[in-house]
Design a protein around this ligand. Structure first.
Ligand SMILES: Cc1cc2nc3c(=O)[nH]c(=O)nc-3n(C[C@H](O)[C@H](O)[C@H](O)COP(=O)(O)O)c2cc1C
Length: 400
């Protein structure tokens, strides 16, 4: 951000304080307690002259997650909405992520004796209420004045986990203080190892439980919508006040396995590689001691014409053979999509754009509603398909 724009900035970051009854970092509270605790906690807010981000905090009425996009479009400024919703090039991969789920069909097992579904699971040591987490997204301030603090709070109120971006509007410390739930810190590895070390050490000190290394973002994608809108994110970069002034590029162009080792050595935290699309790379992640992978094409935002993430999942699952945790993102909009991803062997799914739209429409309560809606659809799918536990969901339920 240049100095002129910085002068415009009116960051009203009131330091959020942890409530006395807050649970320990990384341990989600039971749903009702988490919601009550979230309601008590003040969130920092960020606003910039000339960019009117939404401000409302309320539960939202959701028929389905796809419809949120049109509703959010009415209230997010044009440039910000284009940035959030669009993707690279022809946007084929973005559309294909959703379309590929529709080519998989579910074969129910009736008369299974289903009564209640068990939805909770444990992801790298964190117990969460459902196998659905908030995927990493930069710049939540484009969707709502409470930015990532609102998303973290809403995710926690729903009983699940958030991947917090290095390219956040707020600082990672503000986000960590805004809610006590489990959080992983995502990093785009900067060109300067000193800057990388500082970010990683800050993340560990702030209580982040794992590091997500995005490997498919070594440069920005060809986002034609942003060019058409002449859009440049006007909001602050919480963690990098002036990266260029410090002589570093935000993406290390020659990212390699030595950088994975650097993260492991610097933090001692589990590392998840985000952007894996091939069984070969997944096996290398196992060999290099990664704790997890996120099967992802970045929502089609970086390299268009990469395959839909769900289509590469089965071969990756087979190659890995249970040796690390597998998360998948990209185009998950229905409980049936979550069910299909679990059936093909994912441990959990991550959702991005619907969470940002929920944030715009209702702040932290909107984010909470998005997660609870998707959880409800998964429960409904399990009921109709006859699966009582997450472990029972397998390829036998798919017509493949
Ligand atoms: C507005 C926006 C910002 C994103 N920023 C990041 C980021 O900073 N780092 C990253 O690894 N992925 C980022 N992503 C990609 C998401 O984590 C996810 O891979 C992708 O959006 C697919 O999920 P979806 O179809 O549910 O949106 C971003 C996605 C969106 C929509």
């Amino acid at each position: 951000m240049d100095q002129k724009r910085r002068d415009f900035l009116t960051a009203t970051a009131a330091a959020a304080t942890l409530g006395a009854a807050a649970p320990l970092l990384g341990q989600p509270a039971p749903a009702a307690a988490a919601e009550a605790a979230a309601a008590q906690m003040p969130s920092p807010t960020v606003s910039v002259a000339g960019y009117d981000a939404p401000t409302e905090i309320k539960k939202i009425d959701i028929i389905n997650l796809r419809e949120l996009e049109g509703l959010a479009q009415k209230i997010i400024p044009t440039g910000g909405f284009g940035y959030i919703s669009s993707a690279a090039g022809d946007e084929w991969t973005r559309r294909e992520n959703e379309a590929a789920y529709k080519r998989l069909t579910i074969v129910p097992r009736y008369l299974s004796g289903y009564k209640d579904a068990e939805m909770s699971t444990t992801l790298l040591g964190s117990k969460i209420a459902m196998p659905i987490i908030t995927s990493v997204m930069g710049g939540h301030g484009m969707a709502h004045v409470t930015a990532e603090a609102g998303t973290a709070k809403g995710t926690d109120a729903a009983g699940t986990l958030i991947e917090v971006p290095s390219q956040s509007t707020l600082t990672m410390e503000q986000i960590a203080k805004a809610s006590p739930g489990p959080k992983w810190f995502q990093i785009y590895f900067p060109d300067d190892p000193g800057v990388a070390r500082e970010l990683l050490q800050r993340a560990k000190a702030a209580g982040y439980l794992a590091i997500v290394l995005t490997i498919d973002g070594v440069s920005n994608g060809n986002r034609e919508t942003d060019r058409r809108n002449h859009f440049v994110n006007p909001l602050p970069q919480g963690n990098f006040p002036e990266p260029r002034a410090r002589g570093t590029r935000p993406f290390k162009p020659d990212l390699g396995w030595e950088d994975v080792a650097f993260i492991q050595k610097t933090t001692g935290l589990p590392v998840i590689l985000k952007g894996v699309l091939s069984p070969e790379l997944a096996v290398m992640a196992v060999d290099h001691g990664c704790a997890g992978i996120q099967v992802s094409n970045h929502g089609g935002r970086n390299l268009d014409d990469t395959p839909a993430s769900i289509t590469v999942l089965p071969r990756i699952v087979d190659a890995v053979g249970g040796r690390l945790t597998i998360i998948i993102d990209g185009g998950i909009r229905r409980g049936q999509d979550v069910f299909k991803a679990l059936a093909l062997g994912a441990n959990a799914v991550a959702i991005a754009r619907p969470v940002m739209f929920g944030l715009a429409l209702g702040g932290w309560m909107g984010v909470q509603t998005v997660h609870e809606h998707l959880k409800g659809e998964l429960e409904f799918t399990m009921r109709l398909a006859g699966a009582k536990t997450l472990e029972e969901i397998s390829r036998h339920y798919l017509n493949a």
